[in-house]
Design a binder for this molecule. Sequence first.
Ligand SMILES: Nc1ncnc2c1ncn2[C@@H]1O[C@H](COP(=O)(O)OP(=O)(O)OP(=O)(O)O)[C@@H](O)[C@H]1O
Ligand SMILES: [Mg+2]
Length: 336
Amino acid sequence: MGIGAFGIDLGSSNIKIYNGFEDTYFMEKNMIAIEGQDTLYAYGDSAFDMYEKAPDNIQVSFPVNMGVILDPRNMNTLIHYFISDQCKGNLHAADYYIAVPTDVTPVDRRAFRNLIRDSNVKARRVYTVEKAIADGLGMDIDVKTSQGVLVVDVGYDTTEISLLSLGGIVYSRLIKTGGQKFDEAIKAAVRKEYGLLIGSKTSEKLKIAVREVESQKRNAVVYGRHIVSGLPVEKEIATELINDSLEEDFAVIMANIRQVLEHTPPELGADIYRHGIYLSGGACQTGKLAAKISKDTGLKVNINTEPIASVIKGLSTIIREERFSSLASYVELNKK
Ligand SMILES: Nc1ncnc2c1ncn2[C@@H]1O[C@H](COP(=O)(O)OP(=O)(O)OP(=O)(O)O)[C@@H](O)[C@H]1O
Ligand SMILES: [Mg+2]
């Protein structure tokens, strides 16, 4: 028997859950499909399969938007079903550790704290953990003793830039850009250059494939609908076009990193200089983003093997290792 606790990283696109009973974690689309007024039709990856394809009576949506819980009711339903699945229908009493972004309003923080109370999952105790702290720990940084760690988490619709020191957050900034913006930029460029309409899933595939396709010195091939003829066509897309289309969004991220560096107290700068910048979140792997950050700052850039999972790995470390328990804050459950 493992540890009676779950860790949850509520992404705007992907929910990641650590199951302490089995010492495993999984990831699914943080998405729900509701039929009619309020009948659950599908959730997780199977709801995502219907996205942009479902008939009008089925509403498919992401309850977390821009890093915060926009739709608590549907988020509670999702948590209930994901956790029930983990418990094979027989809910176990468990502790919960929830990663919360730092740079959000008090109302948004409260929504994270209340999430488990309202999800009907036999919660014993609930804790919150600053997301950037879990992120750093998940990248094997000893966040409790390091002074001056810069973590940039490029997610789906947010990028969180955080400066950590001695187990706390010195400064954190949540900006509204990420993988989704990259997909939109690619979509717009393909439309403008080739008169071709492509869906979000296709532009996401282009974004993920661009590095590999480029290294093979070939073009990417996509299917879309021609704006003028209205007919489906296959088209080769130059990798240069994709890279160029991403530059504007990369520049926004870079400008924010620069501002955070400018706000960094000099005593912490030395460690950042020594260790470099840590990138995480699924979309940090996009095209030439890491190379650009490294070139523009003159700093080394570190990316772990599984950047999409670093927050959930960090939560699992806090759950498993006693010496990190001080990084979690206890939540009074009965407070409304
Ligand atoms: N290999 C890859 N290359 C580029 N982008 C990728 C890759 N793998 C995943 N992504 C992108 O990462 C994004 C999802 O990352 P992640 O799960 O970290 O976001 P999230 O936690 O759901 O969002 P947020 O943190 O903004 O709330 C998607 O936009 C996806 O297209
Ligand atoms: Mg995330």
